[in-house]
Design a protein. Sequence first.
Length: 285
Amino acid sequence: MTTQQVVAKPDSTPPAPEDTPGPAVAWDGTSFLTQVRVLTGRSLRALVTDPGVIVFGLAQPVILLFLLTQVFSGMGMPPHFPKGISYLDFVMPAVLVDNAVHSAIQSGIGVVDDLKNGMVARLRCLPIHPSSLLIARSLSNLVRAAVQIVIVIVLAVTVLGYSPKGGTGKLVASAGLVLFITWTLGWAFIAAAAWLRRAEPMQNLAVIAIFPLLFASSAYVPIADLPTWLGTVAKANPLTYAIDTTRALALDLPGAGAVVPALLISVGVAVVGGVLAAVGFRRPL
């Protein structure tokens, strides 16, 4: 019996190529709206975990409200004070606008914090639009301002007996106007933060801005009862239009037509502030 030797033929199938990585695909990131939503949620969660931010933010407007009404309500009113209006009714819109100014300042301080704690540096390593962080900061502070305004109004109604003649609807409209002013003013301080990038100059700027803007306005005394030179400054003060409009809406007084210049001034502040903030924020850290 013959033994046949079987020789294995070489496999004609070519060897499988080794796994080679494909071309790198760049990640374009999420949409702009998604970035704003996520970053806004981050800022809001910080408020929830630290409610002291809201509490301390309420300190000045609440103290101002109680001090002004208790000190000046028993005094004789100036000649041009509106008839049939208590000092509480007169000064309440000014207190809400004062809260708006402070909330706007906090928008800028929040941007300074993000620049200092490395948050901005980390985000710049990702495909995230720089303005999304600024918009998110402005929206989160708008929510905080809304909470503070509601608390101030509730305290005024329940403790001091605040009952505006315009009714609930016009009170809500005046509060909405204050919120819009809060958001637009916030852009001015966000722009200042993007250029200054330090907490100390921001705090000094806040002090310089608050007192002249509020006291040289119709916030606490009618313009006609101010000294001539101060009345001239008050007429040129943008906050005067905001305070007069919110007062007219809440108390159902003549002067609600000032809402148009108040809105136009606010929009102008927001546009200029937004452009300056975007330019300043793009500078190297």
